[in-house]
Design a protein around this ligand. Structure first.
Ligand code: CTP
Length: 398
């Protein structure tokens, strides 16, 4: 699966808490996204999970003891730390956090944290009172002030049975945070991109609306690909079933008019706009304040045109990417949209194939050149292609 973790080296420190079982799932996901993972466990972590579990998933030996590693050329006591693209400590107990804060180095995890020049992400997990204790809070503040990233903890039921702060954040949130941190040095770092997603809803009365079958998957995949590439990403989303990617500034909207307002305000200082939302072209001329009651007669609903957001959002220097969802005459309609919408790139696809699917077979239309037919690929892979294209468009603009 396409991600910015492909070929990256993640050094994962696991310290001793019950949440250590969640880092098994984190490793699985990191591997799925193409990262090499080396695991370091504290002695206490081995009470909760076995090294063999991590070794099976990572295909790398788990390291714990500093002196065992001392002379190994491949993995000397600081070699892994020096080679890592990011170090992640999950779960990080109060004890491990305290040791790292004070520069103690008495096992492979803490030695590596001290020796690692790459970004470090800490995901704390502990008892509620240990987390709220001034010592832990002061340690976390110190780490933050040194540029170490902290994610979580969550609130919820803890191992002790009490409800409070101290739960390790879920593996997909840690993964998303890793992607965001790795993205910081990506080709779109310093750029602000606005992406829209989902199907707008045009209300008829308090409980009914007109909408379409768009799932939002393409737009959400683009938002993730933008974050992977380091862009500040604003995701303007009509209602969907999807979780926004970690790091996206999400603006939830409902109707085409809401989306228009949100896009106008978000693009004021943005570098690019990608309209992947399926925006309603018509809205009810009148919205009933109360539920419309049925009668024996047929019903005619008067609809009026909504604003074409993509066509009307124009600003000097704003790079625009649009979509064309077609069920026939794709090339003819796409060429027309390329012109009328004033876009730098138009991604055209067969709506019957693409809507709701995890895959998309798209065609790129660019002003002044022949269309490029892309093979059927996952929406995540297509999103990465679109973002690469956007990066060169932005570079060309200087
Ligand atoms: N779009 C928009 N505002 C609208 C309608 C569409 O910004 N009111 C954008 C979509 O987000 C997409 C592009 O315009 O990027 C093309 O959308 P599409 O639904 O394919 O075409 P329409 O312009 O709606 O025209 P038609 O429905 O006639 O094909």
């Amino acid at each position: 699966m396409s991600s910015n973790l492909q070929g990256k080296r993640v050094l994962l420190g696991v310290s001793g808490g019950i949440a250590a079982y969640k880092s098994i799932e984190l490793v699985r996901q990191l591997r799925q996204f193409g990262a090499r993972v080396d695991v370091l466990m504290t002695e206490a972590a081995e009470w909760f999970v076995t090294p063999l579990t991590f070794e099976t998933l990572t295909r790398q030996p788990v390291r714990r003891d500093v002196f065992q590693q001392w002379t190994e050329a491949e993995a000397g006591h600081v070699t892994l730390a020096e080679q890592a693209d990011i170090m992640v400590i999950a779960p990080a107990t109060a004890n491990t956090i305290a040791k790292i804060t004070h520069g103690l180095a008495d096992d492979m995890l803490t030695v590596s944290a001290l020796a690692c020049p790459a970004p470090i992400l800490i995901a704390p997990a502990m008892d509620h009172h240990m987390y709220l204790n001034q010592a832990t809070q002061a340690n976390l503040d110190t780490l933050r002030s040194r540029g170490i990233h902290i994610v979580g903890p969550d609130q919820g039921e803890l191992a002790s049975g009490i409800i409070g702060y101290g739960r390790l954040v879920e593996p997909d949130v840690i993964l998303g945070t890793i992607r965001q941190i790795v993205g910081n040095t990506g080709p779109l770092s310093g750029k602000h991109v606005v992406v829209s997603a989902g199907a707008t809803r045009e209300p008829l009365d308090p409980i009914r609306y007109i909408s379409n079958r768009s799932s939002g998957k393409m737009g959400y995949a683009i938002a993730q690909a933008l974050i992977d590439a380091g862009a500040r990403t604003t995701l303007i989303t009509a209602p969907t079933e999807l979780a926004p990617p970690v790091g996206a500034e999400t603006v939830a909207v409902d109707s085409a008019a809401d989306m228009h307002e949100a896009v106008t305000s978000a693009t004021e200082f943005a570098d690019a706009l990608i309209m992947s939302a399926a925006v309603g072209d018509y809205a009810a001329s009148e919205i009933s304040a109360e539920k419309v009651k049925k009668s024996d007669d047929d019903m005619i609903i008067q609809l009026e045109r909504t604003v074409d957001i993509l066509a009307t959002t124009r600003r000097e220097g704003l790079v625009k990417v649009g979509f064309a969802a077609e069920t026939e005459n794709l090339t003819e309609y796409a060429m027309k949209k390329l012109q009328t919408k004033g876009v730098d790139l138009l991604v055209a696809n067969n709506a019957r194939q693409a809507m709701g699917s995890d895959e998309n077979q798209a065609h790129f239309f660019r002003p002044g050149s022949d269309p490029e037919d892309l093979p059927l690929m996952s929406k995540h892979d297509l999103a990465a292609r679109i973002v690469t294209e956007l990066a060169s468009l932005l570079q060309a603009r200087g």
